[in-house]
Design a protein around this ligand. Structure first.
Ligand code: UDP
Ligand code: MG
Length: 310
């Protein structure tokens, strides 16, 4: 199936996934054959430290629909996705996790909806019971906060698994930024969108590479990419603090004039100093977060480097 432009491009970033690759391909090719469409499966080897690449090459010799992009090191899932999407030739593109947490059975509905005229078909997790309690709660609050303080409407409980038409992909490819928060970028480009619901399965094998710290940083990335609210909020916090301090100061002056000095006031003084010091440090930290991003963007480095296309 090696013709120039397949109908469907599956973009599959892989990091240390030697255990699941073969099963993934078997499942997918079986399913896709039934749909009678042309397709390509693009594996992106995101600098895996195990035998993922060898496994990919082996599988490619058995399955001609496979394409392999080998990144020169681990660039992270967002960059790997970007690489895959940039190289996809299909009329529609679907990013997919290799661990089969995104049920392949949905592809049929994706394509149906596409044929009905939608440019984006989202897969919404109706139930996240396969995720840990903490991940569920933190995800919920993250989406809420994100929706409030940024001007894109990022749908809740929707992952990277979705169908995008060629129109959408071409727009996505024009976005120049370096620090890529794909879910946000997907939402930002817009287009006619519909949603189907599914249940997220537990990982088929191997283990997740997103731990708490990585997810926290991912969330910060998501917010700072699409909102400047954390920068603006300091104006209001500063204003309120200064206002309260002014009232407090006036009151102290009046009190001292009327009743004279009663105590040295060390306790209240040190409290206020420390409190303001803390607030200022936080403010500087948030500025730093944005300045850091400006710095990284200004270098205009590529998002990923492809060592070879196999
Ligand atoms: N992944 C990647 N590069 C990374 C980390 C992950 O390409 O640095 C891939 C991984 O191989 C998988 C997908 O991203 O196909 C989702 O990763 P994972 O299942 O670990 O995340 P989770 O489903 O727990 O969010
Ligand atoms: Mg997973």
């Amino acid at each position: 199936m090696n013709q120039e432009y397949p109908f469907l491009s599956l973009v599959v970033p892989c990091y240390n996934e030697e255990e699941v690759l073969e099963y993934f391909l078997q499942t997918l090719t079986q399913l896709l054959q039934k749909l009678s469409i042309t397709y390509e499966i693009i594996f992106i080897n995101d600098g895996s430290k195990d035998n993922t690449l060898t496994q990919m090459v082996l599988l490619k010799s058995q399955y001609p629909c496979v394409r392999i992009l080998n990144l020169s090191r681990n660039f992270g899932k967002e960059a790997a996705l970007t690489a895959g999407i940039d190289h996809a030739l299909g009329e529609v593109v679907v990013p997919m996790d290799v661990d089969l947490q995104d049920p392949p059975q949905l592809l049929e509905q994706f394509i149906e909806k596409y044929r009905e005229g939608y440019d984006v078909v989202l897969a919404k997790r109706a139930d996240r019971s396969s995720d840990s309690f903490l991940k569920k709660i933190s995800a919920e609050y993250f989406y809420k906060l994100h929706g409030k303080i940024s001007d894109i409407d990022m749908p809740q409980n929707v992952g990277d698994y979705r169908l995008m038409s060629r129109k959408v992909v071409d727009e996505l490819k024009k976005l120049p930024e370096n620090q890529r928060f794909m879910k946000g970028l997907f939402a930002w480009v817009g287009f006619k969108t519909t949603t189907i619901e599914y249940k997220r399965e537990p990982r088929f094998a191997g283990k997740t590479s997103f731990n708490g710290w990585k997810l926290w940083n991912f969330a910060i990335e998501g917010i700072t990419s699409f909102s400047t609210a954390p920068l603006k909020i300091w104006f209001y916090i500063g204003f309120i603090t200064a206002f309260v301090a002014f009232i407090f100061g006036t009151w102290i002056i009046i009190k001292t004039l009327l009743f004279g000095v009663d105590s040295p006031g060390y306790a209240s003084l040190i409290t206020v100093v420390l409190f303001l010091g803390g607030i200022q440090l936080m403010g500087i930290g948030i500025l730093g977060e944005y300045i850091g991003r400006i710095y990284l963007e200004s270098k205009k480095r590529p998002v990923y480097i492809i060592e070879a296309e196999l």
